[in-house]
Design a binder for this molecule. Sequence first.
Ligand code: NAD
Ligand code: ZN
Length: 382
Amino acid sequence: MISPARANIAYLYTMTLMKGFEFKVNSQATRVVIERGVLAGVGQLAKGEAGLADVGRVALISDDRVAPLYSAAVVKSFEQAGFEVELIVFPAGEASKTLATAEMLFQTLADKHFDRSGLIVALGGGVVSDLAGFVAATYKRGVRFVIIPTTLESDVDACLGGKTAVNLPAGKNLVGAFHQPALICVDPNCLTTLDARDIRAGLAESVKHALIASPEFLTWHEQHIDELLRADPGLMETLIERNLKIKADIVSRDPFERGDDRMLLNLGHTLGHAIESQCGYAMRHGECVSLGLLGACRLSHTLGLLDIQIVERVETLLRHLQLPTTLPEALDADKIAASILNDKKVVAGKLSFVLLRDVGDPVISQDVTPDDYLQAYRSLIG
Ligand SMILES: NC(=O)c1ccc[n+]([C@@H]2O[C@H](COP(=O)([O-])OP(=O)(O)OC[C@H]3O[C@@H](n4cnc5c(N)ncnc54)[C@H](O)[C@@H]3O)[C@@H](O)[C@H]2O)c1
Ligand SMILES: [Zn+2]
């Protein structure tokens, strides 16, 4: 039998060869590993994490589209690393992100006498990690948590930051908690089975991060259009790492969205969410974010903050990434306005809107009037 010390050295050696980084929220560390094929080694990685050393059992939570594709490899990896694994599956899709599904998961864990020494592992897109994360945050007042994202939306955004939630009939993500995963294990090979439309939708979030934080990263997108659309696995490793580092940097400065920092991540999302709910979720989230980013850039220009050349550059990039830049048909503008005012970002009647002064130079404004954002919205009607 291999001694714990040697196992630890082997683990440290493996870690030095892997792409990724560690970041801290308050004093809690999250390790992020991004590597093609890492799915088959996730059990060993979890075992090597100091914060997970005493884990006994694993509850692997996934949806019924992802589980047939990837759960066998994950179960095998955890079992080989000495964990006992229970797989729990729920129907794929946003419609499952409810208290009812959470209750089913709580009940299943309780029936199996899952205790606080256990580990919840989310395998899937943002729906799985938001829901499994919410269960991990609240079951027995909180158990440890690992995320294995499988969509580009989740690889570049949803997997990191500790926001967990379920939806209510009154709106998305209205019940939730902050709960940081101990480990995020991203295997870009999972993207090979994802629809091309979902790849493009994930790229919109990547453009958002570039606009918030890095002119150089925006140029990088412009230089790699074809590889991005093909989801070239090597390039995806780089793309994911860049995105998660940008987000980790912002999240560690403002983990609970109390200051302005984390709000910057909402660039394009006020208009985007309004469009998403008004189209009855017929478009992908990332597609609505694409429209929202363009609307926010146009509004920034109208308000005298942003050069028109940058607005045009963003529009061209989104078009080259085959993301929508015009709404296919007009949605009811009054409903859009009402939807914006219902936004979670409205505090004491004031809406905080993220604008851009330049690429990498976002600013939060509370002076945007309903007329301003309606004008930005109308500019998107093709
Ligand atoms: N917590 C956060 O910070 C955060 C950030 C962004 C989005 N989100 C949430 O994420 C959710 C959207 O995430 P999503 O776009 O990943 O949706 P999703 O989890 O519903 O996945 C989309 C579809 O793709 C399927 N799928 C997943 N991986 C696959 C793969 N590798 N191959 C084939 N099919 C696969 C899923 O089964 C599902 O049908 C929303 O609920 C949103 O609120 C959360
Ligand atoms: Zn988003």
